[in-house]
Design a protein around this ligand. Structure first.
Ligand code: FAD
Length: 450
């Protein structure tokens, strides 16, 4: 469903109705994988020892309790992950069950396994959910700014010198401007007018990733006054809801992952069923997990063209830009190591790997499912799950906003039409309308449709 096949106009636009449709078909499959299977509910990464390439991170660590991550002790690591670690060394690769051969040149992400296998820790993703942690301030603003400015082709001429000096204070001496990908490369290889769709795509992915994180923060927000976790509409409006393009970008990222699963489905059709890349452990759970994974792929196939990925980087000029695009994405994944909150870093790294894996599948035609490392497949599925939650959040928050506006209007009419005590009584009942409405939707099974 990409909407208008004109490359200049709409390669990066997506149909939200089609996405709601897809989401209603697949929403029950995600928990089978991300909550009930050891393979998908755990992750291995270099969480504590990877060096931030931009600045000394020692003083930037968030001390909030919400930022802490519970890592798994040796006895808690699920068998399947122990097995996967053994197969990591090429000499021990098991051709039949855990076969993956990777070509790092095709990677869009910086992957811990490749560079720092020994320093990695195991974490349960269920035990460390992505949510509000309290991590904010100058440091987060600088990280997001670095990502957008240095890597998203946005030039901000209006930066005040005060803001600039605040930002520069985080950089290691001699490291500014960000040197991972020299800017001159872009100027030499592409002029600003070409590869426009592809540049826009990178901006959209990053903005959608950011908006998705914001959605999870507001969906699982800690209300310190009432000492409880809650959905925070004001938070969502301020970070996402008041910016339609941010909501669009969430949908774009959903479409990107959906399209990656279309490619996986095409490959699964050509594969012997049992030749899938999951390494069997508990046979019953493994069968269920595999079924959910395959089902997600085959359901994705029902809308084959969510994004016309075959048209991206299709002409000669944008082909030349592709290498720059890959390096920029790679650099952004490196910036995740500068995030000063452990839990945010965990989910930031995982989701960047998920998007990088989707791009690798879509843009590198030779990439096969069996070429992906287990951590890439786990990241891909969990990132799809995360963005699916953000799509659902958008739906519920928008509904809530409309309900709130209707309640305010009703209260206004009541205030004009009635006198006390009737006015207070009716006002009280109108305030409860959202909950009554929500209960009716729930009874009618509407949440399962979205
Ligand atoms: C990788 C990463 C992961 C994080 N994970 C978590 C987490 O799990 N839990 C948690 O509580 N905090 C997390 N944070 C912090 C969180 O993202 C915010 O930075 C923090 O809540 C402060 O928010 P803010 O409202 O000041 O604006 P920020 O979200 O910090 O945004 C900074 C500026 O970027 C622009 N902007 C905001 N959203 C978008 C968008 N979608 N597209 C384009 N521009 C945008 C706006 O101009 C905004 O002022 C994470 C930060 C990073 C860098």
């Amino acid at each position: 469903y990409l909407l208008i096949p004109n490359k200049e106009v709409a390669l990066t636009e997506v149909d939200t109705d089609a996405i709601y449709g897809m989401q209603s078909r697949v929403r029950s499959l995600f928990p089978v994988m991300t909550e009930q299977s050891d393979y998908f509910s755990n992750y291995k990464l270099n969480l504590y020892r990877a060096e931030c390439p931009l600045w000394d991170n020692d003083n930037a660590m968030c001390s909030s309790q919400g930022c802490a991550v519970d890592t798994l002790g040796e006895n808690e690591v699920p068998n399947i992950w122990k097995q996967l670690s053994e197969f990591e060394q090429p000499s021990k690769k098991n051709e039949k069950e855990c076969n993956w051969e990777h070509d790092s040149k095709l990677d869009y992400c910086y992957l811990d396994e490749v560079s720092s296998g020994q320093e990695c820790v195991y974490v349960s993703l269920v035990g460390n959910p992505e949510r509000f942690t309290g991590y904010s301030g100058d440091h987060t603003a600088t990280i997001w700014r670095t990502i957008y400015e240095q890597n998203c082709f946005v030039i901000d001429d209006d930066e005040s010198s005060q803001e600039k000096s605040k930002r520069d204070s985080f950089y290691k001496p001699g490291m500014y401007p960000f040197q991972l990908t020299p800017k001159e490369d872009d100027i030499i290889s592409v002029s600003p007018s070409i590869a426009c769709q592809e540049k826009r795509m990178l901006n959209k992915i990053i903005s959608g990733f950011h908006a998705s994180i914001s959605s999870h923060i507001c969906e699982n927000y800690y209300d310190a006054e009432r000492n409880r976790w809650t959905r925070n509409l004001e938070c969502w409006l301020a970070k996402v809801g008041n910016y339609p393009e941010r909501i669009e970008n969430i949908f774009f990222n959903y479409a990107l992952l959906h399209q990656a699963f279309v490619k996986i489905a095409d490959q699964l059709e050509d594969m012997e069923y049992n030749n899938n890349t999951f390494c069997p452990d508990n046979l019953a759970i493994d069968a269920r997990t595999k079924l959910a994974f395959d089902n997600l792929a085959f359901q994705s196939q029902q809308d084959r063209k969510v994004i016309m990925s075959s048209k991206l980087f299709s002409d000669e000029e944008s082909q030349r830009f592709k290498e720059t695009f890959r390096r920029h994405f790679h650099d952004i994944s490196r910036i995740m190591d500068c995030v000063g909150c452990d839990k945010c870093r965990l989910w930031g790294k995982l989701q960047m790997t998920g998007y990088g894996t989707a791009l690798k599948l879509l843009l590198e035609s030779e990439t096969h499912l069996s070429d992906l490392r287990p951590s890439e497949i786990v990241a891909l599925v969990n990132t799809f799950d995360r963005i699916a939650h953000s799509v659902q959040s958008s739906f519920w928050f928008q509904l809530r906003r409309r309900a709130d506006l209707s309640v305010k209007f009703l209260q206004y009419v009541i205030a004009l039409s009635f006198k006390a005590p009737m006015r207070e009584i009716l006002s009280f009942f109108t305030e409860q309308l959202w909950y009554i409405f929500y209960a009716i939707l729930y009874i009618c099974n509407v949440p399962r449709l979205i």
